[in-house]
Design a protein around this ligand. Structure first.
Ligand code: SAH
Ligand code: SF4
Length: 397
């Protein structure tokens, strides 16, 4: 059995190169750090602090660790935003906290609900930067698609976000804040007991940005979301999507143990270099090796390979067979995503016949390979369509 061991440290081959590369990636992320998480009046944001940091903040004002535990419960289990609602805390202490701290949420610049129930928010942060978040309902459950960066450093040729430069990384407060604001919107506080019947039951880290290029903040936010005394989402209900930042994949699996999705989109390096330029750094072979090592992947927890279907570019039967060959030995499923066009995009969506023929080859080889129906098309909420106006607005026309 290939059961996940939460404390296992599975690291890449110890060649020194990956280690150095990982250090470089983490250092670079710091250069795009978010502004300090505090209000204009100097009050500090409590959302996004780890349990340890929250306890430190309490120690600094002479409070014992149990105060941090109480706050954690109110913030992440009850969803309280106002200290005066925290009824297990005595009034003078509520006031003391309110003088120094805030429990914030992103500003909601826009909120739209599609005819199919998909909901999209444009959230605004303290510095005026914005990102999009999408909720995709599915009967009595649903997935929230969250963003990790304003823009993206990678410029995949089919992706609308990729046409926007990286403005900055989101902080842990902003990443977890997207989930908390969505819960506000659906009134799903306090955290429902058990996992069944929650409307916000899953998270997919598939919004704007490359999460493994903002690993520290993403990991911190997901640890908060998974904490049993708060939002309490299990790691099995969280899927992180990467375009293939190989040196960070092992760490992600070992530390977070969330499900992995890999944006593959091509089976030959030559084509993938063009569609996903990061491939020039971490080619298909290295990427597939990292998938083979991914801790926790098993037949019960498969790695999802995302494959955007581009007409006449990557959708031939021969490529479907090559994909089957590449996936050999990896517990995998494939999400076929019909390309979502955006204004000025250079590609067309594959024909229905091509989509079905491609899926047929994968199915015959034993891989589940659903063709993803685009959701929220009327509000431009489908995969890859997320792009804020922030960059364009700042540039002269
Ligand atoms: N940066 C990460 C996560 C965000 S992108 C990554 O690339 O995996 C989320 C998914 O949307 C990726 O699989 C991406 O390839 C896909 N996507 C981007 N643009 C798209 C488009 N125009 N049509 C369909 N899927 C798209
Ligand atoms: Fe960035 Fe992912 Fe879009 Fe590529 S597909 S540009 S990695 S957000």
């Amino acid at each position: 059995m290939n059961a996940f061991q939460p404390h296992a440290r599975v690291m890449p081959p110890d060649d020194g190169l990956s280690e150095a590369e990982r250090g470089r990636i983490l250092a670079k992320a710091a250069a795009f750090a978010p502004p300090p998480m505090q209000d204009a009046d100097g009050r500090r944001e409590l959302v996004g602090l780890s349990r340890e940091e929250l306890a430190q903040e309490m120690a600094l004002i002479g409070e014992k660790p149990f105060r941090a535990k109480q706050l954690w419960h109110w913030i992440y289990h009850q969803g309280a935003r106002d200290f005066s609602a925290m009824s297990t805390i005595a009034r003078p202490m509520q006031q003391k906290l309110a003088e120094r701290f805030v429990v914030g949420r992103p500003g909601v610049a826009t909120e739209q609900t599609s005819t199919d129930g998909t909901r999209k928010w444009l959230f605004e942060w303290r510095d005026g930067q914005k990102v999009e978040t999408v909720y995709i309902p599915d009967h009595d459950r649903g997935a929230l698609c969250i963003s990790t960066q304003v823009g993206c450093t990678l410029s995949c040729s089919f992706c609308h976000t990729g046409t926007q430069k990286l403005v900055r990384n989101l902080g842990a407060a902003e990443i977890v804040g997207q989930f908390m604001a969505a819960r506000d919107s659906y009134g799903e506080w306090p955290t429902p007991k058990g996992e069944e019947g929650r409307r916000l039951s899953n998270i997919v880290v598939m919004g704007m940005g490359e999460p493994l290029y903002n690993y520290a903040a993403t990991a911190k936010a997901l640890a908060i979301v998974m904490d049993h005394e708060g939002i309490a989402l299990s790691r099995r209900r969280i899927t992180l999507s990467t375009s293939g930042v190989v040196p960070m994949m092992d760490q992600c699996g070992a530390e977070l143990g969330v499900n992995l999705a890999v944006s593959l989109h091509a089976v030959r390096d030559e084509l993938r270099d063009e569609l996903v330029p990061l491939n020039r750094k971490y080619p298909i072979r290295e990427l597939m090796d990292a998938c083979r090592r991914y801790p926790g992947a098993s037949n019960a927890r498969r790695i999802t390979f995302e494959y955007v279907m581009l007409r006449g570019v990557n959708d031939s039967i021969a490529e479907a067979h090559e994909l089957v060959r590449l996936l050999h030995g990896i517990p995998a499923k494939v999400n076929l995503i019909p390309f979502n066009p955006w204004p000025g995009s250079p590609y067309k969506t594959s024909t229905l016949e091509a989509q079905h023929a491609f899926a047929e080859v994968l199915n015959a080889a034993g891989y589940s390979s659903p063709i993803r129906r685009p959701r929220g098309r009327d509000i431009l909420a489908a995969c890859g369509q997320l792009k804020t106006e922030s960059e364009r607005a700042r540039r002269p026309a």
